[in-house]
Design a protein around this ligand. Structure first.
Ligand code: NZQ
Ligand code: ZN
Length: 384
């Protein structure tokens, strides 16, 4: 196992009815900005629960944060934060609202020039406005991690940053909030969380059985509970298990002390930037190719995934690897997510554009930094 430091101070408040505790967890005397997306919180009663909980606070609101949150929109919120002298941010929504709010928190305190540098140059975030979250879509793990992914429409860039300064103070996870999710978003959440685990698990062995078995337990829970949620959205127990799986998939625990991949995410972000394909769907398109192209370097872990998660025990190593990739693809398709780029009407020029973008960036992806423009082309053209 590699050396590691792990600290996760996010307070998780989990369960039905727990949104009532939001107010008690915001520092007294705060001036609060509630951030939200396109309005789902007004239809499912989450907004009313939040407002009831924070009675007595001085509250301002900022809505309209898009899926794949736009830098251009978030900078308007930064202006509002400064004008209103906001001291606490409360994000109510999915990963996009939470990520966007992390950026608002950092950008409002950024004093070294253009806040876009936080994303484009990974400029240090020295300070951020404290924030809490009310999660309404299990998927990203943003509610318990230090990362955020932001899109700049003007330049078709989708970039990420990480900083311990933007870790939420608390996150409320009420599984009942997901009763109103469209099937499409539930499927996205299942696949995004699944691929988060894979990015931290499917590399090469470093003798870290705790991380491996935690990772496998999350994958198996998603495989068992995800379809139950799709079959019956108001199955509280299934919703609770799905929600906790997605948080555990990307709160740093299973990734501590082990190699990590993230090639699938990096390539996927480009498909979202150019074509607006939902984040999770881009992962379902890219992951099978990443598994194929790195089948030798990932061999031990693909065989372990096959055996322990999919029950693939028979055949030669090559046959078992193929079967494991096939089962993974079938799982994505079984929850309603297509896995081939042509299913999404992406023109071939996009592949050229993405490859030349990675050419310019001059870094390679994956746990052994061996996925460059040529490999990305093979993956996207499905020629493996
Ligand atoms: O905007 P509203 O009206 O709230 O509707 C949203 C949105 O249209 C809707 N929704 C959310 N909760 C709902 C609901 N509809 C009904 N009932 C509810 N309870 O769902 C739609 C999608 O929401 P969004 O927040 O965009 O989805 P998700 O949580 O999947 O977040 C995706 C974003 O997170 C980033 C992705 O790149 C993408 O930008 N990621 C963030 C990560 C992180 N911070 O660690 C890691 C991930 O890999 C990912 O990259
Ligand atoms: Zn993801």
């Amino acid at each position: 196992m590699y050396n590691f430091e792990y600290q996760n101070p996010v307070k998780i408040i989990f369960g039905k009815g727990e949104i009532a505790k939001v107010g008690a967890n915001i520092p007294a005397g705060s001036k609060v900005l509630i951030t939200y997306g396109g309005g789902s919180i007004f239809k499912n009663g989450v907004y009313d629960q939040v407002k009831a909980s924070i009675k007595g606070f001085d509250v301002v609101e900022f809505g309209g944060i898009e899926p794949n949150p736009h830098y251009e929109t978030l900078m308007k919120a930064v202006e509002l934060v400064k004008k209103e002298k906001i001291t606490f941010l409360l994000s109510v929504g999915g990963g996009s609202v939470i990520d966007g709010t992390k950026f608002i928190a950092a950008a409002a305190c950024y004093k070294n020039g253009d806040p876009w540098d936080i994303l484009s140059k990974r400029a240090l975030v020295e300070d951020a406005i404290p924030h809490g979250t009310v999660l309404t879509l299990p998927a990203t793990g943003s509610e318990m991690n230090s990362g955020a992914v932001i899109t700049r429409v003007e330049t078709t860039e989708k970039l990420s940053f990480m900083s311990p300064k933007v870790l939420p103070l608390f996150s409320v996870l009420d599984p009942e909030t997901i009763f109103s999710l469209p099937d499409k978003q539930i499927a996205n959440g299942i696949v995004d969380a699944f691929v988060h685990v894979i990015e931290q698990y499917l590399t090469f062995p470093v003798n870290a059985p705790i991380q491996d078995r935690f990772a496998e337990s999350i994958l198996k829970t998603l495989i068992e509970e995800g379809p139950k949620v799709l079959a019956n959205k108001t199955d509280y127990d299934a919703a609770a298990n799905f929600m906790w799986s997605a948080t555990m998939a990307l709160n740093g625990l299973i990734g501590a002390g082990v190699p990590q991949d993230w090639a699938t995410h990096m390539i996927g972000h480009e498909l979202t930037a150019y074509h607006g394909i939902d984040h999770a769907r881009t992962l379902a398109i890219v992951l099978p190719g990443v598994m194929h192209i790195n089948r030798n370097q990932k061999k031990d872990k693909i065989l372990q995934l096959g055996e322990r998660v999919w029950g693939v025990l028979d055949g030669t190593d090559d046959e078992r690897i193929n079967e494991t990739i096939k089962r993974t693809v079938e799982f994505f398709e079984s929850v309603g997510i297509q896995t081939k780029l042509p299913d999404y009407s992406v023109p071939t020029e996009t592949i050229d554009t993405i490859c030349s973008r990675f050419e310019k960036r001059r870094y390679k992806l994956g746990e052994k930094a061996n996925i460059g423009p040529e490999e990305i082309r093979l993956i996207l053209e499905n020629r493996l």
